[in-house]
Design a protein around this ligand. Structure first.
Ligand code: ADP
Ligand code: GN1
Ligand code: MG
Length: 369
C-alpha cells in the first residue's frame, strides 16, 4: 500500500468491503462542497476504482437522511435504466455500503464518509469544450427529471432547507450585510448595490410557485456541467452525479443553473470580467437539448419561464457567493483570497448580460416549443 496514505484515511477505507490491495488514494474533482478522493485497488481482474467522499456536515446537516434520498433515488433509477435496456453500472451512481451494511460510515470525529463505484472512461468537465457536450448534458438533465417524474416526492427529505428559495437567500444576504462580521461590506459596496437594485427579482419564481403557476417536481437542483459524466468513447452524457440536492424543486431552476455555468464564455471564478459573456449559441444548444430531454413534460408556463430561471439562478448564486464572502468563506471551498467575491462578480456580470439579451433568450425558447 502507498505509504503516503494517511493512517486515519486507511482506517476509514477499511470500513468498506473492498477486495484487493489499496494502491492509490488521491483528491479528485473540483466540487465546492464535499471532499472527494479516487481510490484504486489491485483487484483480481485488474484495477478497481471507487469514489470516496467525506460529506460536508456544515452544508448537509442530516447526512443519514441525505443518503436515504440517494439510495431511494438510485434504486429507482436502476429499475428504470434496466427497463430501458441501459447499463445500470454506468448510467447512475451506485453506492458501496459500509461493512455494517449502512450506506455511510461515521468516523471517530463524527464525520460521515460514503463510497460510490467509480464510473470509468468518463469525464466531468468544468467548462464546455464543444456544443455536443453541452447538448448531451441538457438531454441528460431533462431525461433525469423525466425518469423521476413519478417518484414518490413526499418520501424525499429536504437536504438543505429553502435551497432555491431566492427570497430567503435575499434575507440571508441582508443579514450578512448587516452583521458584516469580517468588515468587508464597505469594500463590496458596488456588488451590494447590484443586489439592492434587483430585490423584486428575487420574488418572481417563488411567487409563481406559491400561486401554483409552476409545478413542484423532483429536480436535481445543482445542474452544473461538472455534475454530469460524459462517456469518453461515445461522447454521450451517461450519468448524472452529485445527487445530494435531489428534492422537490422547479424545472426552470434546473434549466437555469446549467445556463449559468455552461453558457458563460468564462469560468465561474474568472477575474477578468471583460471575458464574461452570455453565449447565446450555447444557450440555444441547451434549450434544444433540455426540451427534448423533458419530452413534453413541461407546461406552457414552465417553458415561458425558462429564461427567467437562468436569470434567477445566476442572481441567486451570485448572492450566495457574496454572502459567503461577507461571512468569511465558510460555505464554498476557496482556493485564494477573495475567491467568493470573484465568483459573485462573474455571476452579476452574467445577470446583466442576460437582462440585456432577454428578448433573444425568449425568442429562442419559442423556436423549440
Ligand atoms: P461536490 O458536491 O463537492 O461537487 P461531487 O459529488 O460532484 O462533489 O463529486 C466531485 C467530482 O468527483 C465530480 O465532479 C466528478 O468529477 C467526480 N465523481 C463523483 N462521483 C463519481 C463517480 N461515481 N465516478 C467518477 N467520478 C465521479
Ligand atoms: C456547489 O457541489 P457543487 O460544487 O456541485 C453548490 C451549488 C452551487 C455551486 C456553484 C450543495 O455545487 O448550489 O450552484 O456550488 N452546491 C451546494 O458552483 O450548495
Ligand atoms: Mg459536484
Amino acid at each position: 500500500m502507498d505509504a503516503k496514505i494517511h493512517a486515519e484515511m486507511r482506517k476509514t477505507i477499511a470500513q468498506f468491503a473492498f477486495s484487493g490491495e489499496l494502491q492509490e488514494c488521491i483528491p479528485f474533482g473540483s466540487g465546492h462542497i464535499n471532499d472527494t478522493y479516487r481510490l484504486t485497488f489491485q483487484e483480481e481482474n485488474g484495477p478497481g476504482r471507487y469514489i470516496l467522499q467525506k460529506m460536508n456536515k456544515e452544508v448537509f446537516r442530516k447526512p443519514a437522511e441525505l443518503m436515504e434520498n440517494i439510495c431511494g433515488v438510485t434504486t429507482w433509477l436502476r429499475r428504470k435504466i434496466r427497463e430501458d435496456g441501459g447499463d445500470e453500472k454506468r448510467e447512475t451512481l451506485n453506492v458501496v455500503p459500509a461493512v455494517d451494511g449502512r450506506p455511510y460510515y461515521i468516523d471517530s470525529d463524527g464525520e460521515y464518509w460514503r463510497v460510490f463505484y467509480f464510473i470509468t472512461d468518463a469525464v466531468s468537465y468544468d467548462h464546455v469544450r464543444d456544443d455536443r457536450d453541452f447538448y448531451e448534458s441538457a438531454v441528460a438533465f431533462g431525461h433525469f427529471q423525466r425518469l423521476l417524474a413519478d417518484y414518490p416526492a413526499e418520501t424525499l427529505h429536504e437536504t438543505i432547507e429553502k435551497f432555491h428559495d431566492t427570497v430567503d437567500r435575499l434575507a440571508k444576504f441582508d443579514a450578512a450585510v448587516r452583521a458584516d462580521v469580517c468588515g468587508r461590506a464597505a469594500s463590496v459596496a458596488e456588488e451590494i448595490r447590484f443586489v439592492q437594485e434587483r430585490r423584486d427579482l428575487a420574488h418572481v419564481l417563488c411567487d409563481m410557485q406559491a400561486a401554483g403557476e409552476l409545478p413542484l417536481r423532483v429536480t436535481h437542483n445543482d445542474t452544473k456541467l461538472n455534475n454530469i459524466l460524459i462517456d469518453n468513447r461515445s461522447g454521450r452524457a451517461i450519468c448524472v452525479i452529485d445527487l445530494d440536492t435531489v428534492m422537490p424543486g422547479l424545472s426552470v431552476n434546473d434549466f437555469g443553473d446549467s445556463i449559468r455555468f455552461g453558457a458563460s464564455t468564462a469560468e465561474e471564478d474568472e477575474r477578468d470580467l471583460t471575458k464574461v459573456k452570455l453565449d447565446l449559441h450555447l444557450y440555444e444548444v441547451y434549450v434544444k437539448g433540455f426540451i427534448e430531454g423533458c419530452a413534453g413534460a413541461l407546461t406552457d408556463r414552465e417553458l415561458e419561464m425558462l429564461p427567467m430561471g437562468a436569470v434567477l439562478m445566476t442572481f441567486e448564486c451570485g448572492m450566495r457567493f457574496l454572502t459567503d464572502h461577507l461571512e468569511g468563506d465558510h460555505y464554498f471551498k476557496i482556493h485564494r483570497e477573495g475567491h467568493n467575491l470573484d465568483r459573485a462578480r462573474t455571476q452579476f456580470r452574467l445577470v446583466r448580460e442576460m437582462e440585456q439579451n432577454m428578448p433573444q433568450m425568449r425568442a429562442i425558447v419559442e423556436n423549440y416549443r
